[in-house]
Design a protein around this ligand. Sequence first.
Ligand SMILES: *Cc1c(COP(=O)(O)O)cnc(C)c1O
Length: 389
Amino acid sequence: MQVHRPTHVEIDLDALRHNFLLARAQAGEGREVLAVVKADAYGHGAVPVARVLQGAGADLFGVAIVEEGVELRRAGIHAPILVLGGIYPGQEEDLLRQDLTPCLFDLAVARRLQTAAAAAGRILPYHLKLDTGMGRVGFRPEELPQVLAELAALPALRMEGVISHLALADEPQHPFTDEQVRRFRQALAQIRAAGFAPRYTHIGNSAALFSRVLPECNLVRPGIVLYGGLPAAEFAGRLDLQPVMSFRTSIAQLKTVPPGTGISYGHRFTTSVPTLLATIPVGYADGYSRHLSCKGEVLVRGRRAPVVGTVCMDWTLIDVSAIPGVEVGDEVTLLGSDNGNRISAEEWAEKVGSISYEVFCSVSKRVPRIYKDQSSDLQGPTAEAAPQP
Ligand SMILES: *Cc1c(COP(=O)(O)O)cnc(C)c1O
């Protein structure tokens, strides 16, 4: 399908490579990197992102659900893929056929996988998921003796890794992280004493990778930093990350309205002076949050223009009175840089009471992703639409 509506996302694959290499360097010698590409690579497009990261040296990939792993395999990604989320009845065949590695935190799932793997004549590697203090999924340390005994009795399953997740890594000074690491270390000792020899031990996301040493781990799991997002506000100005996603559209209509004109649903904004309004073809159905009504700012000709009135499903209004020479068709930047000015995902997130992760993930499926890759094309920039899933 040809795309003619100007609303689109640009993905800078050179920036992605740069951020990955930064994470890789931070991981250091002797630690492998699992690139987290769940949720369509945080909205950036899992297949093109994984292809670039596989080329850049990612050792493993992390997805949330089996379907995401299957998509990567079908696209020719051959690196190991860890499914961080759950495995549900009926997914055993796909998991085995596509050579995906499950995280196990439920013995009923383990038994189903044992049956499926045995029937296929396979030995299935898995990572044991521990709850060291996130309170989400994972076996709790006190359950370990019984869990390890049960797992030892499932001969078609082989423990390849031990995984846990930090609840407070984005507050780097928080002492609870030390407690989680202590519980993790203790659990590892118990697991090894029970005769298991996991090749991978890992607990760290982006925030932990850039703030902790974690000697008990030989694998790190960065996600947000790959996409140029800050793992926490206090990393601002301290990490050499490059933003990967830009979200742009262009002006569809311009009109001057008199003072006292009510704008958009609910007339939540009324002009007080003659105002030059621009209508842009983007709305909350594209992921431009309705919480940005009367609050968001966009860039036109390198200058900031405020969102006025309620963000609609497919349209948004901006006040461009202060932008000299503005014309229909002018590019509008919702996220990203324009002429030295920038709207960051963190700025946007703060306005809607969220985090950059959700800003990236909420750009909807109907917004085409355009991939830009200068380093793999000596002719100059290329733009290629993402393959449709
Ligand atoms: C999403 C996720 C990550 C990546 O977290 P970031 O904060 O984006 O680096 C790592 N591990 C697990 C288990 C996750 O679910």
